[in-house]
Design a protein around this ligand. Structure first.
Ligand code: AMP
Length: 395
């Protein structure tokens, strides 16, 4: 069975087409600037190409993806019927979804109800579902939620200390995100250390443009750093992460800006970009810091310090930790970032081996043999989790 995995953003769409016989990626790519001038599809399959083609909406974009898969010269299937199912990344499943589900009318409405909680993410996810219903009407679609993995968190981890009525009225609580990534990484860690996942306490640090830390006990999420929205927790590329909530009103009053404008600043103009004034990209910041740029240095130091503090907190929450795993763009590819974060981790018995740490984008143990917890790098693969869940539900 072959599965199309879709991750739809407001003006972009990432896709992978995976053969579940061997979990090989037959084709993958990205549509950008959907609904705007200069929309483009970047495709990798039997050949690699970039085509500027008009894409007025997600339906048009998915139409181009299907055309690329079916192309008589460089396509990877000869009949549309070979698309066995579609798996969608859906960002917010609220409290309704604790696992992946086949999309029917009821599920669709429930995802719609969660738009209030994720106004930037769930609407484009629904556009992708609508487009597939129109273009592939007889194909099953599955929703795989970023939040579902964290639904095992206990009340004391997910409730905020604000009047309880806001939880009851508006469902304001910690949901957590990056669930498919954390779930994939802990499964791989258990395989790599060759121990049952039920017996492991693992802390995963997903460090990319978005970043979150997750504490898992016996394969279940116990706590995670992102909250009601992906703004809470670690410092990120452009997001502030944790801050004193009084700052919002203070700046709002001083600068005469609305809560919505403030939210935009915290989401898009803060994080390492806001502090450095230079870039949200960690590669640029590492380069600038090396050349002596002080603001880049301090932006990175705040980021590393915050990651280490969260790992320390979660070691306490778990009452001990067996493995700490780094993943996502920065976590997988930056020995420098891992070394800086690990400087703090000797406090909980984790000792990075600099020689083993010299690795990029590959699974590896990077601590000394007698380090407990052990430190690992595990490249994430969210698309594969989406494809596996879709396959399990539809085969
Ligand atoms: P992601 O969101 O997981 O795709 O991660 C993207 C981020 O990872 C980028 O913004 C970069 O800052 C960071 N990144 C990727 N490769 C490297 C690298 N070789 N060194 C440092 N940072 C990297």
């Amino acid at each position: 069975m072959k599965i199309l995995v879709l991750n739809c953003g407001s003006s972009s769409l990432k896709y992978q087409f995976i053969d579940m016989e061997n979990e090989n990626v037959l084709a993958k790519g990205l549509c950008e600037r959907i609904g705007a001038e200069g929309s483009i599809i970047k495709h990798q399959g039997k050949v690699e190409f970039k085509n500027e083609v008009p894409m007025s909406d997600h339906k048009a974009a998915i139409g181009h993806v299907i055309d690329a898969l079916l192309n008589s010269d460089h396509g990877v299937i000869s009949d549309i019927k070979e698309v066995g199912a579609v798996g969608h990344r859906v960002v917010h499943g609220g409290e309704k979804f604790t696992r992946s589900v086949i999309i029917d009318d009821q599920v669709y409405s429930a995802i719609q109800e969660c738009c209030d909680l994720a106004p930037l993410h769930n609407p484009p996810n629904l556009m992708g579902i609508d487009a597939c219903s129109a273009l592939l009407p007889s194909v099953d679609q599955v929703a795989v939620f970023d939040t579902a993995f964290h639904q095992t968190m206990p009340e004391h981890a997910y409730l905020y200390a604000i009047p309880y009525e806001y939880y009851k009225k508006y469902k304001i609580r910690r949901y957590g995100f990056h669930g498919t990534s954390h779930k994939y990484v802990i499964k791989r860690v258990a395989e790599l250390v060759d121990e049952p996942i039920e017996e492991l306490r693992i802390i995963t640090a997903h460090l990319g443009n978005g970043a979150s830390v997750c504490a898992t006990d016996g394969g279940k999420s116990l706590d995670t750093s992102m909250g009601l929205t992906p703004l809470e927790g670690l410092v990120m590329g452009t997001r502030s992460g944790d801050l004193d909530p009084a700052i919002l009103a203070f700046i709002g009053k001083k600068e005469g800006i609305t809560p919505q404008e403030m939210e935009n600043i915290l989401n898009k103009k803060s994080g390492v970009l806001g502090v450095s004034g230079l870039s949200h990209d960690f590669r640029d910041l590492e380069e600038a810091a090396e050349k002596g740029n002080e603001r880049a240095k301090i932006a990175l130091e705040i980021f590393f310090y915050r990651v280490a503090k969260y790992i320390g907190q979660y070691a306490v929450a778990l009452k001990g930790v067996d493995v700490i795993a780094f993943t996502a763009g920065l976590g997988e590819n930056s020995p420098f970032a891992r070394a800086k974060i690990s400087q703090y981790l000797c406090a909980i018995g984790a000792y990075l081996d600099p020689a083993k740490n010299n690795v990029r984008g590959k699974e590896a143990m990077i601590s000394y043999d007698n380090s407990h917890p052990a430190l690992y790098v595990v490249p994430t693969n969210e698309e594969l989790v989406i494809a596996q869940d879709t396959f399990d539900l539809t085969r």
